[in-house]
Design a protein around this ligand. Structure first.
Ligand code: 5AD
Ligand code: SF4
Length: 444
């Protein structure tokens, strides 16, 4: 009797943004085609891929400490691939710092992992392959999730002076319309109820349709909204200068497009925004917000803010505080500026001392946290539509889902009401926390 060949095992550890989560899915999908099976034990894996983030210094340091841990527990002979943005940014240096790493692969080259491993004549793939990784995805083998990421765009041409992304992810690339649409159809067929369209600069999307015409994100959203099984659509991350009329129209007309938008502002000071090369100012950002509110009066916003960018004075910081007083961000990520090697900001004069960054971050986060809990409290007693995403591991009767505004919600009596994953159910909110809500179901 011929014994079936034992499948080799691979393990993927992911750091960073949603795009990296998507890329890890692509790596998994490609390795399965190569005869590997996913495992969740480092010690058993024949292949370990660490998919990395370089956005701030802390993120990069985490990667190196994780690599140290992997070295201790990996099985003898396991292949180690360092993928993602740290790989792209540090290149050969990775082998100096961590000689046990076998391959270094940039985010635009992840589909080349199998050929690198087989050929063994080269240990790096960092050349921003012109051959898009997306073409290597086996659509039917994408893991089915109720809320599914779909990358439509990658890279960035904006060159904000603090950001490594244009260097690590390369220039903007938009996937063709039909590829995106077919992936959305496939995700829907495999159980996705929500699609989150991804890109570093997702609203700069300009993919070609079958006639060779470039289409916008707004147009694409309307096309995807016609897929019956898709109940909700979101997109992330947007740049304020790339909001366009078809996208405003989608916010006005597409009921499947959720009334929640992540729109990073970074600072409220015109001087700082200029040095950041953000291409908008306080007033033009506010105009985008007003216009979106006009299109959909129910829309809510989240944002990213950096404190302590070089040259940021007390007055500049006060403008950021003014902006967060004016826009009710219901959620907001805030960061201390982290100088990244190779970006213009790292060489700017007037770097802000660490203790001032700490102080400003504390002041800002207090206001942002208060606003978030105030908004969550306002939900108490309200009737909301929740998309059921998972069972609650901590409580048999409960399910976890999301409100239209992306708040995580625990549905207390979900199982008594026979509600199913993927359903959109009407709930009444009973309790609010800093980062989540409790609710009871009153109809399916
Ligand atoms: N320092 C601090 N925050 C940064 N971000 C990007 N680069 C840096 C940096 N060098 C933040 C921005 C961006 C988010 C993803 O990370 O706010 O929107
Ligand atoms: Fe980075 Fe600016 Fe591009 Fe966003 S728009 S990825 S912050 S360079």
């Amino acid at each position: 009797m011929i014994m079936a060949e034992k499948l080799k095992k691979f393990y993927v550890k992911t750091y960073g943004c949603q795009m990296n989560v998507y890329d890890s899915m692509v790596i998994g999908n490609i390795m399965k085609q190569e005869g590997y099976e996913m495992c969740d034990s480092l010690a058993e894996a024949d292949l370990i891929v660490v998919n990395t983030c370089h956005i701030r210094k802390k993120a990069t340091e985490k990667v190196y400490s994780e690599l140290g841990r992997i070295k201790m527990v990996k099985k003898f002979g396991a292949i180690i691939v360092l993928a993602g943005c740290v790989a792209q940014a540090e290149g050969e240096l990775v082998f100096t710092r961590m000689p046990f790493v076998d391959f270094v692969v940039g985010p635009r080259n992840i589909h080349q992992i199998p050929s690198l491993i087989k050929a063994k004549d080269n240990n790096m793939a960092l050349d921003f392959s012109v051959d898009p990784k997306f073409d290597y995805i086996e659509q039917d083998a994408i893991p089915s999730t109720i809320s599914a990421f779909l990358a439509i765009q990658e890279g960035c041409d904006k060159f904000c002076s603090f950001c490594v992304v244009p260097y690590t992810r390369g220039s903007e690339y938009s996937r063709p319309v039909m590829d995106v649409y077919m992936e959305a159809v496939s995700l829907a067929r495999h159980g996705a109820s929500e699609i989150i369209l991804l890109g570093q600069n997702v609203n700069a999307y300009h993919g070609l349709d079958e006639n060779g015409e470039a289409q916008s994100l707004g147009w694409l959203i309307s096309k995807i909204a016609r897929i019956k099984e898709i109940k909700r659509i979101r997109y992330v991350t947007s740049h304020p200068v790339d909001m366009h009329s078809e996208l405003y129209d989608a916010h006005r007309n597409e009921s499947k497009l959720m009334p929640f938008l992540h729109l990073p502002v970074q600072s409220g000071s015109d001087a700082v925004l200029k040095h950041m090369n953000r291409r908008y100012n306080y007033d033009t950002y506010m105009q985008v917000i007003y216009k979106l509110c006009e299109c959909n009066p129910d829309i809510k916003f989240s944002s990213d803010i950096i404190v302590g960018f070089p040259g940021e004075s007390d007055i500049d910081f006060a403008m950021t505080m003014k902006l967060v007083e004016c826009v009710d961000f219901i959620q907001c990520f805030s960061f201390k500026y982290s100088p990244r090697p190779g970006t213009p900001g790292a060489d700017f004069d007037n770097q802000v001392p660490e203790h001032i960054k700490d102080e400003r971050l504390k002041i800002l986060q207090k206001v942002l946290n208060d606003k978030q809990i105030a908004f969550n409290n306002k939900m108490i007693g309200r009737s909301l539509d929740i998309l059921c995403l998972s069972n609650d591991a901590k409580n048999q009767n409960c399910m976890l889902g999301k409100t239209p505004y992306f708040q995580t919600t625990r549905i207390i009596n979900a199982n008594n009401k026979n509600c199913r994953l993927g359903d959109v159910v009407k709930v009444s909110v009973t309790k609010a926390y800093q980062n989540s809500l409790d609710a009871i179901i009153h109809g399916v």
